[in-house]
Design a protein around this ligand. Structure first.
Ligand SMILES: [Zn+2]
Length: 81
């Protein structure tokens, strides 16, 4: 084993370590805490345009502007009957 092989091995090890730690840090950071004052009661109904699943929303966060997602698509709001 030459000195060059050792240097290459250490460099590859350092690269793998750095990439692994970046992935672990990204996964380990929790989302920010929810302010309870931002959650209000509501009554809205949404339907998934792909599979037909329907949900009734009874509480919503005032900072959330997008509809819920299902099948990786935003759900369509439907009137409550
Ligand atoms: Zn769906």
């Amino acid at each position: 084993m030459t000195l060059l092989n050792i240097i290459i091995a250490v460099a590859i090890g350092a690269a793998i370590w750095t990439a692994s730690m970046a992935v672990i840090r990204a996964v380990a950071n929790p989302p920010p805490a929810i302010d309870p004052d931002d959650v209000v009661e509501t009554r809205r109904r949404f339907r998934c345009s792909l599979c037909g699943t329907e949900v009734t929303m009874t509480a919503t966060n005032t900072t959330a502007t997008n509809p819920p997602r299902h099948c990786r698509e935003e759900m369509d709001e439907v009137p409550i009957t």
